[in-house]
Design a protein around this ligand. Structure first.
Ligand code: AR6
Length: 172
């Protein structure tokens, strides 16, 4: 699998699937989630509502992932995953790693070849970006998958720099 870093807006990526840093409600929010629903239009929210009415009545648990169509985005699928809220007192890294693994597993089920990830949990959920980048890159690099092109789309210079340093320290 090829892993690349892109500075930009995930809603503009021409890929098979974009990953959304959602919350358990699956009904939208700020950050990447807000941007994806705004740009993708009502089809995504409608599919999320159906998921809440069927499999995920209690919401999507942290660390899991589920796919919907991508509406008007230049992608086929949105893979919604729920990152953990950062806590200095409680190590939730395994849940953050699970977001990436479960997103790739969902992507494999849909025969996705190209995927775009945001820096899950590194915004409103407060995860320190250097650590979020390390967990994201080590997990994606170590997960067996049919996905050929995995790109991390970083919205800020700060996040891009953190991912660049983390990728270098992995030897990439
Ligand atoms: N494209 C790529 N990255 C973006 C974009 C974009 N359009 N917009 C923001 N980012 P966040 P979280 C970056 O807050 O921390 C929502 O309300 C942002 O700079 O979107 O997992 C959900 O509903 C940061 O680096 O996600 C949840 O309630 C990264 O994406 C909660 O926020 C993640 O920031 C999830 O918080």
């Amino acid at each position: 699998m090829k892993i690349t870093l892109v500075r930009g807006d995930i809603t503009e990526q021409h890929v098979d699937a974009v990953v959304n840093a959602a919350n358990s409600s699956l009904l939208g929010g700020g950050g990447v989630d807000g941007a994806i629903h705004r740009r993708g239009g009502p089809e995504i929210l409608e599919a999320c509502r159906k998921l809440r009415a069927s499999h995920y009545g209690g919401g999507l648990p942290t660390g899991q992932a589920v796919a919907t169509p991508a509406g008007r985005l230049p992608a086929r699928w949105v893979i919604h995953t729920v990152g953990p809220v950062y806590s200095a007192a409680d190590d939730r890294s395994a849940l953050l790693a699970s977001c990436y693994r479960e997103s790739l597993r969902t992507a494999d089920e849909l025969d996705v070849e190209s995927i775009a990830f945001p820096a899950v949990s590194a915004g409103i959920y407060g995860w320190p970006v250097d650590d979020a980048a390390r967990i994201a890159l080590t997990t994606v690099a170590a997960t067996p998958t049919k996905v050929e092109d995995a790109r991390f789309v970083l919205f800020t210079e700060d996040a891009y720099g953190a991912f660049e340093r983390a990728l270098k320290s992995l030897g990439g």
